[in-house]
Each structure stands twice: as C-alpha cells, then as structure tokens.
Design a protein around this ligand. Structure first.
Ligand code: FCB
Length: 450
C-alpha cells in the first residue's frame, strides 16, 4: 500500500455486467434461444413481462460501452459469454459468428487497455439444455466442460481471468427451489442434483483449462450473505446455521473441503443416494482465485413447518434498505472476506459484484444525483479496505453494474447501474456514483476518506 488510505499496488478496479442482462439481439448471427429468452417471453414470469430482446443493445453498442469504461478509468471489465451464441443447440454444432462477437469485444478492450474477466455461465443456458432438465441433468457437467474447452481454445492468451460459474446458489435457489427463474421448478431433490451437477461442471471446466495449458487463472464466483440469528435462542441459532450452510457453504465446502455441510441434512427434501467419491475429487480441482458477490446480510429466526428450511427472515425495519428491500450492511462484506480466509485458506479474492438498486430520478441536463448509491459504494469500499488491512488477500473490486440493465425477474425497474440507460433512446448518462467511482479509482482509494 502506498499510503494507509489507499489500496494495494496492482489492485484491480472494474465494473461487471452479464450477457443476457445487457446484450439484446438474443437470436442474432445464428444464436439459439436461451432459457432466459424463453422464460421472459412466457407471460407473467418477469415484471411487466420485460424481456432481454433489446436490453442495453450492447451487442451493437459494445464499442461505446468500452469507451465509457475507459472514460471512467477502469482497468478491468467483467462480462459473461452467452452459451447459446456459441452452441445454439447447447452442444455439438459450434456457431463461429457467436465467437466473433466476443472476439470483437475483446479486441476493443485490448485497444482500450482494459483487462477482461470472463464468466462462462452467468445463468443464461441454451433452451435446448433447459428442455433436458437444465442443471438437474447429469450430462450438463460434460456439456459445460465442452463449451468451456471451446472458449479456452478460442481465446487462450487473450483472456487471463476466467470464471466458471456465477452464483450457482441463485441458479439453484431461484430455478429449482423458489421457481422464480428458469426452469421454474420447486423441488429440493432436483435442487440437490442441480447443485451437484453445477459443481461437477465447474470441476470439469477447471480440468479442461489445465489440460488445454490455459494461460492465466481460473476461479469461481459465489454470492455470500452473512446470516445473523434474530436471538440467542438455540432454535434461532440452529436456523441461522442451517441457512448459512445452504447459502454460504453449499458450494465452497465441496470445492475446498471436498464434502457437503452436514447441516444440509436438516433441510426438507435434501436426501438421496450418496454422490460418488470421484465426483468430489473432480469438484476439488484447485482453483486460482475466488470471486465474491456481496450485497446484503440477513437476520433469521426459526420457523417450524415453513418448508423447506424451517426458517424465515426478520426485517430490520430501522435499517437502511435498497429498492429491492436488501438491508445496507457494509460490515457484512468485511466479515465475509475474513470468514472465507479463516475457513478456506488464504487464496486470492476478488469482489466480483457489489452495488445497489435505488429509485433514481431520470437525468436532467446530463446529470443524475444518486447520493444513496455513492454512500453505498463508499461504505462497502471502506469495508473492503478494512479487510485488506486485516490481512485478506483481496486483489480487486468490480462494481455491479456498469449499466442499468435487465434485472432478471424484476425487469428494468430496478436500476443498479453506475451509468443510467434511457431504454427508449439507449442514451447513457454517467450518474454521480460513476463520477465518484472514477475519483476513487484515480486516487487509488484516497477519495474514500476525503
Ligand atoms: C446478482 C447477479 C447479477 C445481478 C445482481 C443484482 O445476484 O449475479 O446478475 O442480478 O445480483
């Protein structure tokens, strides 16, 4: 660190997006439909039946968006690849025009001196694979491994940071437990299969990367949310441990320790044949870094009979919340980072997403004041800095998100961008938070204490 009020030399400053949330043109140039394309076109599945048909039109405006990243002084950009552009049928037939789009984007980033962090799977799956049960199908792991291998071959040397999966917890929780994301199922036994196959797919992708002699590094991105018990009652403490195992340990325990948390056995429906030991050897394939997405915490209490977890959230009415009702709780970011280091060891970490949706007023005269987002960023960056000061090997921070975008089932009303998007004209306007973030990046953090 150059000064106690700065971030370490080489700290990576970036912003993040994902394919279906920003690209638009979902069927262009030979792409197949994705699960999200189909789901959002099914009436009643998303807020106001919003779809990703146009989104931020990034598929056509990517060069302008890269220019915005450069103007903000960012050194890195985290984005994802749409599997259905590369393999329109899920596997088998390769669509080289899909690869060409990402090649153009990578060229543009290289010209701007911006380091790509590429996620292979950020939730949008070829619809053809969704038809076969999505991640609940055991062969998904192999199909994902093949897809990963193609990308490593195509972009070896050009991409030095790869992420296998984004937030497998959300894929399983929303897709197979709550049913609010595709494939819209509510079955804990399918959820258990899906979680396991995601982990196997992750392991196969890491193996393919090593076998291909991939240059650079590969890691996984999980979302962590510290759990607090609403009281010291043993039942509430047990509820807290159960949800902590379900959300924070479900993927990390197998990846780093080679087993599932025992507490999962307390969840209704988490039963079935033991998984083969060979699966865990695959899942434990060493990774080079871990990405953590952090947004909020939750306070929970025991709720007997409330399937499948026997627990419920307790609203912290007096605390500040975002437009999605997520409590603003920056200390939780520091505690997550310290917890990961303590439990899983000292590997390089990145904050791969952090940000907030607020009900911004539309821009006027080229300006949009979003003081709540500025405050959110400041608090969380200070918490990240405090974790570094306590010895966490944190290598970088990516704001979620570069642009307002398609916020999944919430559609377009919930805006997370540092940059406002007028969806009618596609005009982009830097919010105050974008200017603030630029000053943070320029000053290597010093701006946080000003
Ligand atoms: C995360 C997702 C990201 C975005 C933010 C708000 O769970 O990874 O795509 O939806 O939440």
């Amino acid at each position: 660190m150059t000064s106690p009020h700065q971030f370490p030399t080489g700290f990576v400053w970036g912003a993040a997006t994902s394919a279906y949330q920003i690209e638009g043109s979902p069927l262009a140039d030979g792409a197949g439909p994705s699960n999200w394309h189909r789901f959002s076109h099914t009436p009643g599945r998303t807020e106001r039946d919003a779809t990703g048909d146009r989104a931020c039109d990034h598929y056509r405006r990517y060069a302008d968006d890269v220019a915005l990243l450069r103007d903000m002084g960012l050194g890195a950009y985290r984005f994802s690849i749409a599997w259905s552009r590369i393999f329109p049928d899920g596997h088998g037939r390769l669509n080289t025009k899909g690869l060409d789009f990402y090649r153009r984007l990578l060229d543009c980033l290289a010209d701007a001196g911006i380091e790509p962090f590429v996620t292979l799977h950020h939730w949008d799956l070829p619809a053809a694979l969704d038809d076969r049960g999505g991640w609940a199908h055991r062969d998904m792991a192999g199909w994902f491994g093949d897809y990963a291998h193609q990308l490593f071959r195509a972009f070896n040397g050009r991409v030095r940071h790869w992420v296998t999966l984004n937030e497998p917890w959300v894929i399983v929780q929303e897709g197979y437990v709550a049913g609010t994301h595709p494939p819209g199922r509510r079955s804990m036994s399918l959820a258990r299969q899906a979680a396991h196959n995601l982990l196997r797919g992750h392991g196969l992708a890491v193996q393919a990367f090593r076998a291909d002699g991939g240059e650079g590094r590969i890691g996984l991105v999980v979302n962590l949310e510290p759990k607090y018990a609403a009281s010291e009652r043993p039942e509430d403490l047990a509820a807290m441990r159960r949800l902590h195992a379900w959300m924070n340990r479900l993927y990390l325990d197998p990846v780093f320790l080679g087993r599932y948390p025992d507490e999962l056995g307390e969840i209704d429906g988490w039963t079935g044949e033991a998984f083969p030991a060979a699966d865990f050897r695959l899942i434990r394939e060493p990774i080079d870094f871990l990405g953590i997405n952090y947004y909020s915490r939750s306070v929970v209490r025991d709720a007997p009979g409330l399937a499948p977890f026997g627990a419920e959230r307790v609203l912290q009415a007096q605390a500040p919340h975002t437009a999605l009702g997520w409590e603003v709780f920056a200390e939780g970011l520091k505690s997550c980072l310290l917890w990961v280091k303590r439990r899983y060891g000292d590997l390089p970490l990145y904050i791969t997403e952090n940000g907030a949706a607020f009900d911004d007023e539309p821009p006027t005269g080229g300006r949009l004041a979003d003081p709540l987002r500025v405050d959110y960023l400041r608090r969380h960056l200070l918490a990240a800095h405090a974790a570094i000061a306590e010895g966490v090997d944190l290598r970088g921070y990516f704001a979620w998100s570069l642009l307002d975008n398609f916020e999944w089932a919430f559609g377009y009303d919930k805006r997370f961008g540092l940059i406002h998007v007028d969806y009618a004209t596609q005009a982009r306007t830097l919010k105050d938070s974008a200017h603030f973030y630029r000053r943070v990046v320029e000053s290597h953090g010093a701006e946080l204490w000003r």
